[in-house]
Design a protein around this ligand. Structure first.
Ligand SMILES: [Zn+2]
Length: 278
């Protein structure tokens, strides 16, 4: 992706939020722990919306040269997502609220509880922040077989997709269902939620292409990432078998399909993953 010398988002924070007020919430810790136990590192996830209180201040950290470059790259990607979501929201008469990106190392206190880099990048709806440990870039390559900058861009665009879902109320609608059904049934909705975030990541690729920032191989890098983080592939690796009732993100094929669809249409209208076949 062509990113050097382009606008960087001002919504990027390194280390943790300043001034405290961010929480070590029990619930969030447990959820993160469960996700970790189930999936090992869970890339591209979204945490349940729950209030947490109290808390510690997060630490600043010093970045390596490679991390500095990844930081800059993600700042440009985030700026792009701001530009196109602002544009798309205004087409629907709405105002887009920009999320923040928190780049951290090892562990961090978030509005959804204490997170360690083991859980992979995620979006916390409570504080509307995306959290990423840059070491995930290597995990993408080594554990999920997805190389290149655009694989990482896909991951960030997917998390921004969850923020869009929060603004549109989709996230809240789905979380409400959690109390009303079995885990296996709820997981089916989670899959649809995740596939929609993949569609929104595809919208990002569409925008990048339209503006001439997409380079040869970029699209494939994102498709590899979407395939690499499919539930079936992750489960196969972790457990040696695939258990569809435990799917929360969709298969590799589904994730590639919805990403590709977002790339094709680049709008909100074709991203309904909740009705019909996925
Ligand atoms: Zn997700």
């Amino acid at each position: 992706m062509k990113w050097q010398g382009r606008r960087k988002s001002s919504n990027v924070k390194r280390g943790g939020p300043k001034g405290g007020g961010v929480a070590l919430g029990g619930g969030g810790v447990i959820i993160l722990l469960i996700m970790y136990l189930l999936f090992g590192k869970v890339p591209a996830d979204v945490l349940p919306n729950q209030a947490t209180q109290g808390g510690q201040q997060n630490q600043e950290y010093t970045q390596t040269a490679e991390e500095k470059e990844l930081d800059e790259f993600l700042s440009v990607v985030l700026a792009d997502t701001e530009d196109y979501w602002k544009e798309i929201f205004s087409q629907y008469g709405q105002t887009y609220r920009e999320p923040s990106l928190n780049i951290y190392s090892d562990s961090i206190n978030t509005g959804c509880g204490l997170a360690s880099s083991n859980v992979g990048p995620f979006y916390c709806p409570n504080d509307e922040r995306i959290y990423i440990d840059l070491s995930f870039y290597h995990d993408l390559k080594n554990e999920y077989g997805a190389e290149g900058d655009f694989a990482l861009a896909y991951v960030l665009a997917h998390e921004v997709g969850h923020h869009v879902q929060k603004q549109l109320g989709t996230l809240q609608e789905v979380y409400k269902l959690r109390e009303q059904m079995s885990e296996a049934d709820f997981n089916k909705y989670m899959v649809r939620l995740e596939l929609q975030a993949d569609y929104y990541a595809g919208v990002f690729a569409h925008y990048t292409q339209e503006n001439g920032y997409l380079e040869k191989g970029d699209f494939q890098e994102a498709m590899d990432a979407a395939a690499g983080v499919g539930d079936d592939r992750i489960q196969e690796k972790a457990w040696g078998q695939v258990i569809p009732d435990k799917f929360t993100h969709g298969t590799s094929e589904q994730r590639m399909k919805w990403f590709n669809r977002g790339y094709e249409y680049g709008d909100l209208d074709h991203g309904d993953t909740f009705s019909g076949d996925i």
